[in-house]
Design a protein around this ligand. Structure first.
Ligand SMILES: Cc1cc2nc3c(=O)[nH]c(=O)nc-3n(C[C@H](O)[C@H](O)[C@H](O)COP(=O)(O)OP(=O)(O)OC[C@H]3O[C@@H](n4cnc5c(N)ncnc54)[C@H](O)[C@@H]3O)c2cc1C
Length: 384
């Protein structure tokens, strides 16, 4: 049986999140987007609504939502403000990692704080010398007494402006490749950890920056999962966040397309609304078609995850294709607005710059295509 509809509860949930997002987030999006400042007040309201702990079980104060429902939340929030959708993705990644790999003590300590919005997690994998080839990282975590000492540098890390803690990846066995990587919980205020912020072309509120680690001492209880299994942990969760990134971009593109549709009906040229010209209406039809296909792909991937079925290939398809078609849709929505679209008083150029971030973050298109080819052709055809 094939059923492509959302449940009644999911439709009601979408309505509730949409009302919240359109009332509380959409009006201030453009103004906030220009500042390198985390939207803390908006994050607080989202936590109050249960969105930061949406995938966390009720026993820890969360909503215990399925993945499809989380997708609905992120798409609706991003339609209003893509930057505000970020904590749902990172919180979801963190929540999932604690549930699968955390000790009972770690779950008790961290999960209620994530749901209440007191803990905002960042993820520190990338380094100045490696991003796609993350296993080549140089940061080390060496055993000393009853803990670890961290040294190294992380670069291009989101939420450096507001995270309370990071899932930080470092080599416990510096001679090993991916199998030498472990994951640690590192508080932002750990002595020896310093930060700097990048000045980006978009997504300014999510505060991308660098972390320098100089003799940072952390207790052994900060290890997430097993030593040497950090890479496995993050790849598993990326199969989830890659899909959420698709929906974040799609929500943003949907807002742009809706603006273009409204404008095309209202703006007149040569005595007619420009929506009457095929050069305009067919553009809208083409983007609406691609976005509908992208939406189906994203929800299919989340549905597969809900069923416990493999979805690595579908997640990578969402990650490379959906940000790309979303950026293209926003680009054309901007052009449909003519000279007005070029102004920074309209949100179109801002949305376009924001969405570009996600063609890079969480892995570039080329890396996703390597993963998809591996899944289709087999490991023996990997380029390395
Ligand atoms: C807005 C934003 C937010 C981010 N947030 C985080 C975060 O929170 N935490 C974190 O750890 N990282 C984060 N990143 C970093 C991101 O994950 C990396 O930038 C990404 O994985 C690419 O790595 P790189 O920039 O080092 O590019 P490189 O790996 O140096 O790649 C450069 C170019 O070469 C291409 N390339 C590399 N290898 C191959 C290959 N084998 N075949 C074909 N082409 C190849 C790439 O596709 C790319 O076009 C963020 C990045 C951005 C832009």
């Amino acid at each position: 049986m094939l059923n492509l509809s959302f449940s009644e509860d999911q439709e009601l949930f979408r309505q509730m999140v949409r009302e919240f997002a359109q009332t509380e987030l959409a009006p201030g999006y453009l103004e906030r987007a220009k500042r390198e400042e985390a939207p803390r007040e908006e994050f607080r309201k989202m936590a109050e609504l249960g969105l930061t702990g949406i995938n966390i079980p009720e026993e820890y104060g969360g909503q215990g939502a399925d993945y499809v429902t989380i997708g609905i939340a992120i798409e609706e929030i991003a339609r209003a403000d893509i930057n505000c959708s970020y904590p749902i993705a990172v919180g979801g990644l963190g929540g999932g990692a604690f549930l699968k790999h955390g000790t009972p003590e770690q779950r008790e300590t961290w999960l209620p704080k994530i749901t209440r919005g007191e803990t905002l997690l960042g993820l520190a994998l990338t380094e100045p010398g490696c991003g796609s080839d993350a296993a080549a990282m140089k940061t080390t975590a060496l055993r000393e007494g009853d803990g670890y000492v961290l040294n190294g540098e992380k670069s291009s890390i989101s939420f450096v402006n507001c995270a309370t803690d990071f899932f930080l990846f470092a080599k416990t066995d510096p001679k090993a490749g991916a199998r030498g990587v472990s994951c640690f919980l590192v508080p932002m205020d750990a002595p020896g950890l310093t930060t700097s912020i990048f000045h980006d072309m978009g997504c300014k509120p999510i505060g991308r920056g660098a972390l320098a680690l100089k003799e940072v001492h952390i207790p052994a209880s900060s290890l997430m999962g097993q030593e040497g299994r950090g890479f496995h942990l993050v790849m598993e969760e990326f199969d989830y966040t890659k899909v959420l990134i698709g929906l974040m971009c799609l929500g943003t593109a949907q807002a742009a397309l809706e603006d273009a549709i409204a404008y095309a009906k209202e703006r007149k040229a040569f005595g007619k609304p420009i929506a009457r010209f095929e050069g305009v209406s067919f553009l809208i039809a083409e983007h609406a078609t691609r976005m509908e296909a992208a939406r189906l792909l994203c929800y299919q991937a989340l549905w597969l995850r809900d069923q416990g079925k493999p979805h690595t290939k579908e997640a990578s398809m969402c990650k490379w294709w959906v940000p790309k078609i979303s950026a293209e849709a926003i680009h054309d929505a901007l052009l449909i607005h003519g000279h007005l679209g070029y102004s920074d008083e309209y949100p179109l150029e801002q949305r376009w710059r924001d969405v570009l971030a996600f063609q890079i973050a969480d892995g570039t298109a080329q890396i996703q295509k390597i993963i998809i080819s591996r899944e289709i052709l087999g490991r023996e055809y990997l380029p390395y």
